[in-house]
Design a protein around this ligand. Sequence first.
Ligand code: VGL
Ligand code: ZN
Length: 205
Amino acid sequence: MKALLLIDIQNDFVPGGSLAVPGGDAVVALANQLQPRFELVVATQDWHPAGHGSFAGTHPGRQPFEQGELHGLLQTLWPDHCVQGTAGAEFVPGLDQHRIEAIFRKGTNPAIDSYSGFFDNGHRKSTGLADYLRGRGVTAVYLAGLAADFCVYFSALDALQEGFAVFFVEDATRAISAEGYQQARADLAQRGARFVTTADVVVSG
Ligand code: VGL
Ligand code: ZN
């Protein structure tokens, strides 16, 4: 069984949002086209408390996109984004939500960031997503959403490590950094992820 994982398709990650991914709004229509091709659709939602340790604003004198450290882990400092209960944390209004069976929230611990939908960045705590998918008989996951070089990438890495076949729906993602994405793509390809397009999925079912 294959599942579609819609990663962080939230207002703060599309143009107009606080951590806008260039062209991020383009993934919404593709995510909607993909959904009817899957028996199971799951979404992740970046869901930070105000003052999260990954926010530049939490660290006096630090600027967004600088590198810092958070409890011993390297940490890019981000603009404040996806704060629990704010409009920026909501799914993009154009995203069809009626077939999303479960939403896995992440980034809730202020002391650690969580790019992957499966684990926090220190691999200390699981969200339960892998067990949920296995419980539903899923063996292959297709990933779409934002951002290709962060949350989609790290979700794909963990999915591979958890033993799922991984299909990266490349046109249904957008990256924060083109160079970062090239590295992420090469790494995933080397680990056995496959790269497909929305058309491949829609045509072949
Ligand atoms: C993301 C940076 C910080 C993402 C989330 O969804 O890719 N990136 N938080
Ligand atoms: Zn975040």
